[in-house]
Every structure is written in C-alpha cells, then in structure tokens.
Design a binder for this molecule. Sequence first.
Ligand code: AMP
Ligand code: ZN
Length: 458
Amino acid sequence: MLQFYNSLTRKKEPFIPIEEGKVKLYTCGPTVYDTAHIGNFRTFLFEDFLKRVLIARGYKVFHVMNITDVDDKTIKKTVEEGKSLSEITSHYTDLFNHDLKTLNILPADHYPAATNHVDDMIKMIEVLIEKCHAYKTDDGSVFFKIESFKDYGVLTHINMAEIQQSDRVDSDEYGLDNPQDFALWKAYKEEDGDVAWDSPWGKGRPGWHIECSAMSMAFLGDHFDIHCGGVDNKFPHHENEIAQSVCASDTPFVNTWLHSEFLMVDGGKMSKSLGNFYCISDLIEKGFAPGEIRYIMLSGHYRTKINFTLDKQHEAKASIQRIQSLKDRLQDLKENSSDEYPDEKSNYDTALENDLDAPNSLALFFDWVRATNSALDKDALSRDDVAKGLNFISYFNDVFGVLPDSGRIPQDVMDLVSKRETARQNKDWAKSDKLRDLIGSKGWVVKDTPDGPKLSSK
Ligand code: AMP
Ligand code: ZN
C-alpha cells in the first residue's frame, strides 16, 4: 500500500485518490525571471519521481505545473533590462523546457502561465470579497483577511503572534504587505512599468499566491489529490493557497501535501560569489550525463537535505555503470522473454511504497545487482532469471530514469559509429581504432557483436 508523509497531517498515511485509479497532481512551477538552478531541479526531479512511482503503480496521473510569469521578481527583471515582460519570461520558459527535456522529466499535461489566467484570479478575488474574506484598500489593492479563516495555519501551525512581529516586507515572496493579511491583488505602482491588468479595483496585477490557487482549481477542480513544492513553499505560499481556495469554494482543497527538502551545495547555500551556483547546463558542460544528475538528486530521501558537490559525479557514474554493465551482460544472454520479475522486486517495491524511500530501494536494488553478477560469474542463472532480471532493470529505470537511453544516442556519435563500420568493412583497422577513440571521447563505448556494433555510455 502506497504511503506518503502528508505535510498537512504530519504523518505517513495510506494514499487513497479521490477517484479510483486516477491522481490529480499540482506542482508549483518555476518563476521565469532567471535560469532555474539545480536546487529548483531537485524539487522538479522529486516531483517527476513521485509521478513515475504513481504511474508504475498503475495510476493515471493528470499533472499540472504552473509557470509563474508575473510576480515581483519577473517585473523587477523586466524593468532592469528594459524589455517587455513576455520577452523575459518566454526566454526563461524556453530554457526551463530545454532543461526538462535534458533531464528526461516526464512532461506535465498542462503548463499554465499565470498571465493567461488573470481573469480566473480576478473572479476568485471577487468571490472572496463577496464572502467577506477579502477587502480592498485605498490604493486599489485587495487583501485576504486572515482572521476570517479560522483554520489559517493548518499546514504550518504558524504562530500568528510571530508573524505580527515580522518586518513589513512588500514582496510576494513573503506575502506580508500587511503584518497579517496578504495581497490578492496589487495596485499598480510606477515601478511595475507597463505590467498591469484592468480589474474591478483598478489597474494592477495578481499576488503570487492567488496565481496557484486559480490555476490549480481551473485545471483540477476545487478538490484534488496531491500538491507539491519545495519546503520553502510551505509558508506563506501554500498556507495562503489553502486559505484562499477553501474560503472561495467552501470545500476541502488538497488531500495530500508533499514537500521536498532543500538542495545545498558544498554544505551551504549556492551562491554566485562562491562560484558554486549551478544550472543544469553548467553541469552538462562540466561533463555530467543527465542520468548522473538524476541519480545524485534522487538517491537521497526527498525529505532530507542533499548536499551537492561536483565530486558526487564519480559515485553516480560508477553506480549507473554497474547497472548498465549488468544489463549488457543479461542482454547478451537473453534467449526468451518473460512477464515476471525476480523475487527481490517485492522488497524493493515495499521500500518505494514507504513514502518513496529511494535510499532504501536503491540499496535493495544494488544488493540484487551484486547477487545477480555473482550468479552470472558462476554460470548459475537460468534463462528465465535472465529475462526476469532484464524486466527488473527496466522497471527500475522507468522510475529512476538514470540509464542512458539508447534511443537518445547523439547524432554525431551515430555518424562516427557508421563511419567506423565502413572502415572495418574496408579492413582499415587504424582508422577504425581512431574512430573508436573519438567515440570514447564523447562518452560512449562501442562493442562489436555478431549483430553489429553496440553502444553503451561510459
Ligand atoms: P521558484 O522558481 O523560486 O518559484 O522555485 C521553484 C521550485 O524550486 C519551488 O518548488 C521551490 O520550493 C524550489 N526550490 C527553490 N530553491 C530550492 C533548493 N535550493 N532546493 C530545493 N528546492 C528548491
Ligand atoms: Zn505555487
């Protein structure tokens, strides 16, 4: 039975979807004012992992990830660079999409952009005003009245007295435009440049929190199964989403909240001045394979911090190589197919079902890899065991997605392989060896088999 630690109830609970066999999932997407960094991708990879586990359990997952393309940060960048909001956000959205593909993250069903849903946000704010959960201020902003929602703090058990003591911060990031109440609609200010929408309260723009409430409810309905984000999203973002959504619809909002812990770099916060602020493209340039990045991010439990260091690549590479070489060994011996799996799959599944315990499931998987390799060394694996083993590896990789996909061998490598084949047919061994080295320098090993050349990543 699949169990998740629900941030809302603070305990592990069996997962029971609202509609049998289907999961409605919302994940907070990137704020597209800059290139997403590897910390953001830790969270996005966790969400991909969760989704793949659900799919492997037979659920049909309907996934919505928003794109935050208007907020304080995007507007600031727009003004700083003297560009239009859409020029900035479409550029960073393209980069984000590129990184999603690089990391083999399963695409969401919808990626709604906040600027396409301002009408939904305005409608929701109107409902909240009508129900006396929100009020307009003199400057034409609208605030949510926290005291009107008796369950405020249900997610984070926040101490209201503490919030009152906080500094007033005029920022979406903190939501503390007023010591307690938070902005649903922000009246236009000169520094917003030409970013503004008309509303019943005058020119302005939505607050960040209402964006996710409006978009999630537009696609998934008032009440859905799972909502995710990084731990920093819990307060105030998700707390405020709950308040707005429950008050607007008078129904429960989300059943299960899952939050992934932070990614640290070199033991602390990533920082440009320390030279350890990495984006996905930085790691690819440094020679990381996408599978290695996935491995590093997914091998820690999602509820513990991960410390990223560049040298973790070696361990990731070696681990992936162990799986790949077992796969190659089994593939060479494969004579028949099977629908079955080795017995070890059951404990592996139990570990994953226990709040996505990746470290434990990986440990069990590698125990099996070791045992299978020694059985192969002793020639003690039956034909059925070979087929079952290959099934297990592919079942594993459907969730972790770390093995290089042979369908994704780069075109330039394929070209070199075919040139090498021609050289071999012409018995030009010197040229063939040179090409082998060249293929090697691109991270691939070519092996000659009776069925032709076979490639595997180094
Ligand atoms: P943002 O683009 O700032 O809206 O963040 C996108 C996602 O990345 C959110 O779910 C954040 O919680 C998450 N996030 C931001 N920084 C980190 C980090 N260092 N480690 C893990 N997740 C993060
Ligand atoms: Zn959000």
